[in-house]
Design a protein. Structure first.
Length: 94
């Protein structure tokens, strides 16, 4: 009986895969409000696990994208594969 209760609890915490597309829409909306050129972000969501990939103009933009994802309801975990564009990094050091 205890094992059955544990499974039930796990199921209620797991997001519905059908909600992944709604989650993607919400996260894209949030990203577009805060990040210039957010189209540089490839977004993949699988059962509430968000993978952010691509190149952005600054470290600040990368951190902001991660923050947006963390604050989006339904996000269970974030995999960060974002990088700062090489030309953006070089422009700062010159």
């Amino acid at each position: 009986m205890e094992g059955a209760m544990r499974n039930t609890r796990d199921e209620t915490r797991s997001p519905n895969p059908a909600n992944d597309s709604l989650l993607a829409d919400e996260l894209r909306e949030r990203l577009s409000r805060w990040i210039d050129r957010e189209e540089g972000i490839a977004l993949r969501i699988d059962h509430g696990v968000v993978t952010l990939a691509g190149e952005l103009d600054s470290f600040y933009a990368v951190q902001l994208a991660i923050c947006c994802a963390k604050q989006t309801p339904g996000v269970m975990r974030i995999v960060n594969r974002l990088q700062v564009r090489a030309e953006a990094e070089g422009a700062r050091t010159e």
